[in-house]
Design a protein around this ligand. Structure first.
Ligand code: ADP
Ligand code: MG
Length: 698
């Protein structure tokens, strides 16, 4: 059976060198095994035959049985098309071809029974089907339950006549050749423990399901296998890292930390913050390199925890750095940290792409000499030419942007890898964290600083602006401050800025007795600072801004956050924005303004925001709505292999099972030497081949 698996795709009948080359290039299918793991993206029920009289253009796919009454070719040259008038006795529809007319015309016969399959549409009030599948009725072989697989194909493949049906045909040919079981890729124990079907059964049924029950079991088996190897890879890699890398020992709590704690810290730490700092301290004293994920809702005080951890590194004679995903965030961290360390003798510098020339050189030199103790920046910080004298601690403040690869780059910044603390800007669902950050230990700040009040969120249509302004006037009269936030997305920057400027004028008119300030990313830093300052000190009562205020601004007297065009913001962004209010003693509101007509998805997003303030719940919902693809490049997030069938958003339970199974294997066989697991380690090696081998990075 090994032979069949490894056979080159080009020797499969009907493929040949040209189509094989296309399959290689477009889908990375080289062998029959590769082809077998190219799973359908959907199934269409072809057990049902519709009557033409019941068709409407909203149906996704239809199947009808009838005869061609007549064929006609209309139009000239590139306009030309072939029309078949097709009837089943209940009505007539048109089948249309724009391409390959000659061939199609030759192959079709009038008054012969055909089965037609395709997507109906309406043209000139007549229902038509363009480029349908058409097969002689007697030749049609329905799968036992009528589910027909559909395979994703690319434009280039379609041009080579390699559409879904062609793949289906190849698949059928290969599967018919499977006469003995395919070599198993999971151990008998795993299969038995999880009541899985065999690989062979799964492969056969994923392509040509014999029953809906078997289709489900095939999916389960293949998803489990895929996720199991992802988890085994992560755990194996984390194990190797622990074995090969020692960690710096920071057992001293010294002058810097103590001065900050006793003199500079403006408030009491929350219990959760204290607990997390203890967890980090334990790692720093353990002799092992720390790789920890710090999760916590917006405003829970992660930055402070990160800063205090970095100060421990400084006390032990090492440098620390903090990396943010954008320049704006890096700037804000720099400002915040500088003011928190006010009066202390710690040299803090900012390094981003826009810091150039002499200033940059001076910073780089300071970093290399060790004079710069705390470096804050974007990923400019991990570039090759940035040399640290003794980097001991790294904080990554990320929004799903640093994967294992980037983290690994950091390790080379000192003879021994520095300790790494990853802060997520928004909470991420547990199953996703398990996969993206599966190699990290996790700390959670599950408590907000005292005095935070839950924010009431309201959905408001933009055609009821006067009512909105009325309630804002009441808040202003009570001495509160208000944010108005406008979207700013680079692709439509000009229009967005225009909207913001118009909004600003409109707001100035509507609130003539109050001062309105304005902040956006295109302003000069000094001007921006002045505007922010006027809001912070209460000179301005209203701030009109883009999402630059998402982070960093802290004005406890601001009680209302109005988000304009809320439909254009993602869930986690809305949650971040909302975190700007509810910081003072007064009741706060977040008002999401949208146009009246919303898509289903947008409505769901708004509903979730109105319903809950819980960042974790919002993150779960976001994952379900958007799917993980948008959340992170799964490839670069350390998942080493592409997911072919599992879905991080929907398969949380299977991820959990796979994680537990992989953990048990690692616990029982930490050195990967048990003969009963040989198959698993072999398979892991095969999967890793051609991918970056994380375990080998040192
Ligand atoms: P996060 O990064 O988790 O969103 P921050 O670290 O930016 O949160 O903290 C949010 C705000 O709360 C900041 O203004 C910070 O100074 C303040 N803060 C942090 N910890 C405490 C605390 N223990 N008590 C009061 N305020 C705090
Ligand atoms: Mg923060």
């Amino acid at each position: 059976m090994f032979e069949l698996e490894r056979r080159d795709i080009k020797y499969l009948s009907g493929v040949g060198p040209q189509r094989a080359a296309t399959l290689n290039k477009e889908l990375e299918i080289y062998s029959l095994r590769d082809l077998l793991s190219y799973y359908p993206y959907k199934y269409v029920d072809r057990s049902r035959i519709y009557a033409i009289s019941e068709l409407d253009a909203n149906m996704p796919f239809i199947q009808i049985k009838g005869e061609i009454l007549s064929l006609e070719q209309v139009g000239e040259g590139r306009q030309s098309r072939l029309i078949a008038h097709f009837s089943d006795g209940t009505g007539i529809i048109d089948l249309i071809w724009f391409q390959g007319i000659k061939q199609v015309k030759k192959s079709l016969k009038v008054f012969k029974p055909y089965i037609v399959f395709g997507k109906p549409s309406v043209f000139n009030q007549r229902i038509q089907v363009a480029h349908p599948d058409i097969e002689p009725a007697e030749a049609l072989q329905l799968s036992t339950i009528g589910l027909r697989p559909f395979y994703m194909t690319t434009e280039r493949m379609k041009r080579m006549n390699l559409h879904s049906q062609a793949i289906e045909k190849m698949m059928r040919a290969v599967i018919q050749q499977i006469t003995e079981p395919l070599p198993e890729t999971l151990t008998p124990e795993l299969i038995a423990d999880h009541h899985l079907i065999s690989l062979t059964e799964a492969i056969k049924n994923i392509h040509f399901p014999q029953s809906t029950e078997l289709l489900k079991r095939a999916e389960l088996r293949l998803k489990f296998e895929e996720l199991f190897y992802v988890q085994l890879n992560i755990l194996h890699y984390a194990h190797d890292r622990q074995r090969y890398f020692q960690g710096f020992v920071f057992n001293k709590i010294g002058h810097i930390f103590n001065t900050f704690y006793h003199q500079n810290l403006p408030f009491e730490l929350t219990e959760a913050q204290k607990r997390v700092i203890r967890e980090i301290r334990r790692d720093l004293c353990s002799g092992k390199q720390m790789n920890r994920l710090l999760q916590g809702d917006v405003g829970s005080g992660k930055t402070l925890v990160a800063l205090m951890s970095m100060l421990i590194a400084l006390d032990n004679g090492y440098q620390a750095c903090l990396m943010a995903p954008t320049e704006i965030l890096a700037n804000q961290h720099f400002e915040t940290i500088r003011s928190l360390l006010f009066g202390m003798e710690v040299r803090v510098e900012l390094l981003t792409g826009s810091i150039k020339g002499k200033r940059r050189e001076a910073i780089l030199e300071g970093v290399q000499k060790g004079d710069v103790q705390l470096l804050i920046g974007t990923h400019a910080v991990i570039e090759e030419h940035v040399h640290f004298a003794s980097l001991g601690f790294v904080v990554i403040d990320e929004q799903h942007r640093f994967g294992v690869e980037q983290r690994a780059k950091l390790w080379k910044k000192n003879v021994q890898p520095p300790h790494v603390l990853v802060m997520t800007a928004t909470p991420i669902p547990r199953t996703l964290a398990m996969t993206i950050y599966g190699d990290l230990d996790v700390s959670v700040i599950d408590q907000l600083p005292p005095g935070r009040k839950p924010v009431t969120t309201i959905h408001q249509l933009d055609n009821r602006r006067e009512a909105l302004f009325q309630s804002i006037r009441r808040q202003l009269a009570e001495g509160r401050q208000i944010y108005f936030v406008y979207p700013l997305i680079t692709e439509s920057e000009k229009i967005d800025l225009k909207n913001l400027e118009e909004g600003y004028l409109h707001i100035c008119e509507a609130f003539p007795n109050y001062t309105v300030c304005k902040v956006h990313g295109k302003m000069k830093p000094a001007e921006k600072d002045a505007q922010m300052q006027s809001f912070a000190n209460g000179t301005a009562q209203i701030m009109v801004a883009t999402t630059v205020i998402e982070v960093g601004v802290n004005v406890p007297n601001a009680t209302v956050m109005v988000v304009e065009n809320a439909e254009r913001f993602g869930l986690s962004q809305l949650h971040q924005l909302r975190g700007r209010v509810g910081r003072g003693a007064d009741k706060s509101y977040c008002i999401l303004v949208t146009k009246p007509k919303l898509t289903d998805e947008t409505r769901k997003r708004i509903d979730i925001m109105v319903r809950t303030n819980d960042g974790f719940e919002i993150a779960e919902a976001d994952l379900k709505l958007r799917g993980p693809g948008d959340l992170e490049g799964t490839q670069q997030s350390g998942m080493a292999f592409d997911l072919k069938i599992a879905n991080l958003a929907r398969d949380g339970q299977i991820i959990q099972l796979a994680r537990e199974a992989a953990q048990r294997i690692m616990d029982n066989d930490p050195e990967s030497t048990s003969p009963s697991h040989a198959l698993l380690w072999q398979q892991l090696k095969t999967l890793r081949k051609g991918m970056t081998n994380w375990a080998a990075i040192s």
